[in-house]
Design a binder for this molecule. Structure first.
Ligand code: PEP
Length: 251
C-alpha cells in the first residue's frame, strides 16, 4: 500500500527567522502524526535552519528548485549539492510556476530530475494542465507529454524514488479545487502512463500527490480517492493549523 505523503510548498514566503519559528511550531504540532509522510519545501535561504530544526523529526525538508548544472557561472542558482549539504531530502521539480514564470521546458525538467536523483535527493515531479488545455479536452495528452519527457532516460529503479504531483495549473492558488472525481480520473490516467512507460507493478508503487487549493475541508475526500496518494500544498501549508488539518484529514 502507498503511504499518504503530504508536502508543503512555502513558495517565496518566510525570512530565515520566520521559517525557523514556523518549523519549530510545526514540529510540535505534527509530532504525533505517523500514518502519513510529511515534508516542507522552503526557499534556499531558510533551508539550512529549517533542516536543523526538523532533523530527526517526522517532517522531511525539501528545496523548491535546484539547478541541473554541477556548479559554475549560473548567477542566482543553487546546486543539488548545496541543498543536500544543508539537510534537504526532497526537491520539487517542474512546478508550474517554474515552468510558466521561469520558462522551464520539459527538457529542463528532465535534466533537473536526473540531477536531483544523481545527488541522492528525492524528486517531487510536478505536472498539470492549464485551464485552456482542460477545456480543450487534452489533459491526458498534456500529462502524457510532460511525464514522458520528464522521465526520459530515468531507470525503473530511480522512478521508484520519485513522487509525482498532479497539479492542475488552474487550481493552484486560485481556490478552485478539482473535484475529487476529476482529480481521480487524471491520477488514474497518470498511473496508466507510468505503467506504459515502466510496468504495472512499478506504477502501483509510485505515489501521486494532488495539488491545487487543498485545504482541511477538502483533503479527506481527495485523499480517499484510490489513486490520490497525498497532497502538495501551497497556501494552506503556510499556517500550522491548516497544514495540520490536512495532515490529519483522516481523524
Ligand atoms: C502549490 O504551490 O503547489 C499549490 C498547490 O498551491 P495552492 O495549494 O496554494 O493551490
Amino acid at each position: 500500500m502507498r503511504k499518504i505523503f503530504i508536502a508543503g510548498n512555502w513558495k517565496m514566503f518566510f525570512t530565515a527567522d520566520k521559517a525557523r519559528a514556523y518549523a519549530t511550531e510545526l514540529k510540535e504540532a505534527l509530532a504525533d502524526i505517523n500514518d502519513v509522510d510529511l515534508a516542507v519545501c522552503t526557499n534556499p535561504i531558510a533551508l539550512e535552519g529549517v533542516a536543523k530544526i526538523l532533523a530527526g523529526s517526522n517532517i522531511g525538508v525539501g528545496s523548491q528548485n535546484c539547478s541541473e548544472n554541477n556548479e559554475g557561472a549560473f548567477t542566482g542558482e543553487v546546486t543539488t549539492e548545496m541543498v543536500k549539504a544543508v539537510g534537504a531530502t526532497y526537491a520539487l521539480v517542474g512546478h508550474s510556476e517554474r515552468r510558466t514564470i521561469f520558462g522551464e521546458t520539459d527538457a529542463i525538467v528532465n535534466a533537473k530530475t536526473k540531477k536531483i536523483l544523481a545527488e541522492g535527493l528525492l524528486p517531487i515531479l510536478c505536472i498539470g494542465e492549464t485551464l485552456e488545455e482542460r477545456e480543450g479536452g487534452i489533459t491526458e495528452k498534456v500529462i502524457k507529454t510532460q511525464l514522458t519527457a520528464a522521465l526520459d532516460g530515468i531507470s525503473a529503479e530511480d522512478m521508484e524514488k520519485i513522487t509525482v504531483a498532479y497539479e492542475p495549473v488552474w487550481a493552484i492558488g486560485t481556490g478552485k479545487v478539482a473535484t475529487p472525481e476529476m482529480a481521480q480520473e487524471t491520477h488514474a490516467q497518470a498511473r496508466q502512463i507510468l505503467a506504459n512507460l515502466y510496468s504495472d507493478e512499478l506504477a502501483q508503487k509510485v505515489r501521486i500527490q494532488y495539488g491545487g487549493s487543498v485545504k482541511p475541508e477538502n483533503a479527506k475526500e481527495l485523499m480517499n480517492q484510490p489513486d490520490i496518494d497525498g497532497a502538495l500544498v501551497g497556501g494552506a501549508a503556510l499556517k500550522a493549523d491548516s497544514f495540520k488539518g490536512i495532515a490529519t484529514y483522516n481523524s
